[in-house]
Ligand binder design. Structure first.
Ligand SMILES: Nc1ncnc2c1ncn2[C@@H]1O[C@H](COP(=O)(O)OP(=O)(O)OP(=O)(O)O)[C@@H](O)[C@H]1O
Ligand SMILES: [Mg+2]
Length: 329
């Protein structure tokens, strides 16, 4: 059934052709196997001698479950798998840290502008929205990317449109920071003109914005470099997951973010079935066949692997090894 699906460039070949790849992402609809494929890829890369960090930027974590090991405290070496570390970013801690930073900046600014209002009101309105959580996670991811402590980072991204928004945000951030910088510069000049002492004061807000813009610029450069970054989209041979990644791929092209290709997961393997296949299974297989046809039409030449539906869930390094063997067949 998969014979008519052409795989010109397999996952193995793609990685061989991109030897400097450093940031690997997995996206797709909820439940399609992003975490499993990210884990399998990280294990495979580590097995090839690359120091690999599997990191989750998803507020709903599953890496500890996947690996059977608590990886929420920090970068954790995975038992029995050399070169393999994993880390679930603590969303709450990230958010608290960002809130604290923002509070300090706002307090400084209010003092600077001689405004007597309490900073708390501003901090609340600046941080009480869902986008804040996302941007805090994005900053955390960028921080990891820029540290370059590993040869490869494999990111398990959030299931919805978040991934795209995160990346779109780096552009918006940059524009926003530019605007802020201009008004900060103006405020500073004005203050210096009005002040008697003429002495130059350090402006922490301005410094923060400059540093922030620089980090975002670097991140955007890395994220749009096909030599360093690749996004892989996981789908099932089903209508909705296909529709989701079709949309994602379109967006990513718009943003100039390199798409590594498509991974089809959970295809029922005919060879693994006995002679008496129940009608229920036959029907599902026929449904999958039809969607495989759509996948062939839509993603011709961009499918990197077809991973079968296993008889058990993908949990633990042994099972990850099995998934990796078929992902990198
Ligand atoms: N090829 C497969 N065969 C059998 N089970 C699989 C396969 N791939 C993934 N699974 C199982 O399917 C479930 C969903 O997989 P996974 O958690 O990797 O998906 P996800 O896309 O990360 O989900 P979420 O959107 O919730 O993060 C898990 O229980 C996993 O073990
Ligand atoms: Mg997941």
């Amino acid at each position: 059934m998969t014979a008519d699906l052409r795989i010109d460039t397999s996952m193995t070949r793609y990685l061989a052709e991109h030897p400097t790849l450093q940031y690997v992402f997995f996206g797709g609809k909820g439940g399609v196997g992003k975490t499993s494929m990210a884990g399998a890829t990280a294990l495979w890369l580590a097995g090839r001698g690359k120091r690999t960090l599997l990191a989750s930027t998803n507020p709903v974590h599953s890496l500890s479950g996947l690996l059977g090991q608590d990886v929420s405290g920090g970068h954790t070496a995975i038992n029995g798998a050399p070169n393999f570390w994993a880390y679930e970013i603590d969303t709450r801690e990230t958010i608290e840290r960002s809130k604290k930073e923002i509070r300090e900046k706002i307090q400084w600014f209010l003092k600077f502008a001689d405004i007597t209002t309490k900073a708390d009101d501003f901090v609340e309105s600046a941080t009480m929205n869902p986008a804040f959580e996302e941007s805090a996670m994005f900053e955390n991811m960028v921080e990891m990317m820029l540290k370059k402590e590993y040869d490869v980072y494999v990111f398990d991204t959030a299931p919805t449109a978040n991934a795209r928004r995160l990346l779109g945000m780096s552009k918006v951030y940059s524009l926003w920071v530019d605007k802020m910088l201009r008004s900060r510069e103006e405020a500073r000049t004005l203050r210096e003109m009005l002040s008697f002492t003429k002495k130059k004061e350090k402006d922490p807000l301005l410094e923060y914005l400059l540093g922030f813009r620089q980090r975002m610029g670097q991140a955007r450069q890395l994220l749009t470099d096909a030599g360093k970054t690749a996004f892989f989209f996981v789908t099932l041979p089903e209508a909705l997951p296909i529709a989701v990644i079709t949309r994602f791929i379109g967006w990513f092209h718009e943003f100039g973010i390199p798409v590594g290709g498509v991974i089809v997961n959970m295809l029922i393997d005919r060879k693994a079935l006995g002679a008496d296949v129940p009608e229920f299974v036959l029907n599902r297989m026929q449904m999958q066949d039809e969607h495989m046809e759509t996948i062939r039409e839509k993603f011709d030449g961009r499918v990197r692997a077809v991973v079968p539906l296993f008889d058990e869930e993908v949990r633990g390094t042994a099972m990850l090894g099995r998934a990796a063997a078929s992902l990198f067949a």
